[in-house]
Design a protein around this ligand. Structure first.
Ligand code: NDP
Ligand code: 8X3
Length: 251
């Protein structure tokens, strides 16, 4: 039977690359995000390109009622894999100068949104006695870098939740994994710098960052191991990035 995967934040970046790769590998997809037009275009492209079923659900993951409604709308379809990918950084600043609206966006999306959808999907997996949660954490969940405070805190929380969810669900045959990338060139920096393209481009100058497809490859690998195997945690960096703060740039 064809497996199905629900990918949050599939309208761009890592989530989109995952949608493309899983479709190519004949998984049926449920793709989510806020940008309805992008999701519908991706749905149509993937259905045509790979002859898989694609359901597009546009909702804001910060809205728990919308999350529950979206998961209910999946009906009797099953979800084999939930890729908890939707997330963002908003701003880069000290705590003393921080923008509280930025903090709320990050906490509500990266932490509470991930919890809302996991809370809605996990009971469905538990009822079937199988399922796999793959959380997209970050090097920011392993280290803290200057001005990264709240974003790093949300990703440390994802790291902790991955471990907690594994403890909570081990008895039900559920797998729980985390993938923690370093710098990946996506819309991430554009969002972090509130649409300032020049600032975003600067982040990826002078070295080859990871591409979203590199992370999708890892997600597919984690999802494809035999059922008795669980990859707990994968930290993936560009070769030029030694740790969160040390990048070898050739400018
Ligand atoms: P993108 O900005 O390209 O993609 C983010 C995705 O999240 C989009 O599809 C966006 O969809 C979705 N999203 C954001 N906010 C919401 C929301 N409130 N409700 C629903 N969907 C939302 O960035 P990336 O692909 O880089 O980011 C994906 C994940 O990877 C994030 O969790 C990020 O923290 C993590 N990560 C990124 C790294 C990087 O260097 N790029 C490194 C390590 C981790 P839409 O706008 O349509 O709502
Ligand atoms: C995104 C990568 O290094 O900006 O999570 O935190 S980093």
């Amino acid at each position: 039977m064809q497996k199905s995967v629900l990918i949050t934040g599939a309208s761009s970046g890592i989530g989109l690359a995952c949608a493309q790769l899983f479709a190519k590998n004949k998984y049926n997809l449920i793709i989510t995000g806020r940008r309805k037009d992008s999701l519908l275009k991706i749905k149509s492209d993937l259905q045509k390109g790979f002859s898989v079923e694609v359901q597009a659900l546009d909702f804001d993951i910060r809205d728990r009622h919308a999350v529950n409604e979206a998961v209910n709308s999946i009906g009797t379809k099953y979800i084999d894999i939930l890729i908890n990918n939707a997330g963002l950084a908003s701003g880069l600043n000290t705590v003393q100068d921080g923008d509280i609206d930025d903090w709320e966006k990050m906490i509500d999306t990266n932490l509470k949104g991930l919890l809302y959808i996991s809370r809605a999907v996990l009971p469905l997996m538990i009822a079937r006695g199988k399922g796999h949660l793959i959380n997209i954490g970050s090097i920011a969940g392993k280290e803290v870098y200057p001005d990264g405070n709240v974003y790093c805190a949300t990703k440390h929380a994802v790291d902790a939740l991955t471990k907690g969810m594994r403890i909570d669900t081990v008895q039900y045959g559920i797998r729980v994994s985390q993938i923690a990338p370093g710098a990946v060139e996506t819309e991430f920096s554009l969002v972090r710098f509130h649409g300032d393209q020049a600032k975003a481009d600067e982040v990826y100058k002078g070295f080859e960052p990871l591409h979203p497809e590199d992370i999708a490859d890892a997600v597919l690998y984690v999802a494809s191991t035999p059922e008795h195997v669980n990859i707990n945690d994968l930290v993936i960096m560009p070769r030029a990035q030694a740790c969160a703060t040390i990048l070898h740039k050739e400018l």
